[in-house]
Design a protein around this ligand. Structure first.
Ligand code: GTR
Length: 330
């Protein structure tokens, strides 16, 4: 009996070996991970991911590489998130603004004036709060995404064809906001009419006057050519929203531990690299925008801060403990 059991066990071990062998061979096959970004080639986020691809290629002797689909070739951020969730796309670089509706915890960073300035935002994402939020996204069953790291996206200001220096200036103006109720309400509180719209529809909406303006950081205003339509950049500074780059959990679960570790390592490097690329590009973007005649207008920021207090009260209540920790981060 014992002998027979042993023979049976050996038999199944052999069978398992026979199945494992082709899988091993398969693991050595070349894979090309698709990556996507709404921004064009040369933009800091795109560049950082492409450099990461080169590193992966070098470290695996060409076994793993990244193919970048920039400039919304695969749709807007909502579409990118969905594609990554089903494994049709491996790497998506998306704004936390677009991720708020997927993982609610992230909305704490989507509140107006939640950060004092960009340096404060960086302190927060680089510290324990940043790590906790990344873990929450990766561990949330509905996200189906593994977050690889943070990226910088500066400060968002309103742009249109007239100066907006105080809330009353926004009266009657339709301003495009990212598709998240929190942003629409923020714009309404700031005095305008928030219009939720995909990023991929924005350029023509600005051109045809479907909206009177939008809000974003200087690199986006330049790289997306919005400055060719909207000439006045009013420094409202109402949102400082970081971005994340995520990996499809479906693909991740099939990676070897060694490949997961390698991806983690190059991702950390990409995060650091993007920040340096970002700082350089912000300066370049501002110079180019000013040279193109775009007017940078100072605003009454305390008035916008006060006007958006109801939004912080409404949305911030459930994150009160976290907001306190953010405020205490010096
Ligand atoms: C940009 C960001 C994009 C996108 C865009 C938007 O700053 O880099 O990922 O979120 O804003 O307003 O939709």
């Amino acid at each position: 009996m014992k002998r027979r059991e042993l023979i049976r066990l050996c038999g199944s071990a052999l069978a398992a070996g026979a199945v494992a062998a082709p899988a091993l061979v398969q693991a050595q096959d070349k894979v090309v991970w698709k990556a996507s970004d709404v921004h064009p080639l040369g933009y800091p986020t795109v560049e950082a991911i492409q450099r990461m691809g080169k590193k992966l290629e070098a470290a695996t002797n060409g076994r793993i590489s990244i193919q970048m689909f920039p400039s919304m070739q695969l749709g807007g951020e909502k579409e990118m998130i969905e594609q990554a969730q089903v494994g049709a796309l491996q790497i998506a670089r998306i704004s936390v603004g677009a991720m708020g509706p997927v993982v609610d915890d992230l909305n704490v960073f989507n509140m107006p004036f939640v950060f004092r300035d960009e340096a404060h935002m960086r302190k927060v994402i680089d510290g324990p709060i940043g790590q906790e939020l990344l873990d929450r996204v990766s561990n949330s069953p509905q996200s189906k995404l593994i977050v690889l790291g943070w990226m910088d996206a500066g400060t968002r200001n309103v742009y249109s064809n007239k100066p907006v220096t105080k809330p009353a200036d926004l009266k009657g103006m339709k301003i495009r906001m990212m598709g998240n109720p929190l942003f629409v309400e923020t714009m309404n509180a700031m005095g305008g009419n928030g219009v939720a719209m995909g990023f991929n529809e924005l350029f023509s909406a600005l051109q045809t006057g479907v909206v009177d303006g939008a809000e974003n950081n200087p690199p986006t205003l330049l790289a997306q050519n919005h400055y060719t339509v909207s000439k006045v950049y009013s420094l409202t500074g109402h949102l400082i929203i970081p971005e994340i780059f995520v990996f499809s959990k479906r693909t991740w679960d099939n990676l070897s531990k060694a490949d997961q570790d390698l991806l983690r390592k190059v991702s950390r490097e990409a995060q650091i690299e993007q920040r340096a690329l970002w700082d350089a590009y912000v300066g370049e973007a501002e110079t180019k925008l000013k040279a193109a005649g775009i007017k940078f207008i100072p605003t009454d920021k305390p008035a916008f801060y006060a006007a958006t207090q109801p939004i912080r009260d409404k949305y911030g209540a459930k994150y009160a403990a976290l907001i306190k920790r953010i405020e205490e981060t010096k």
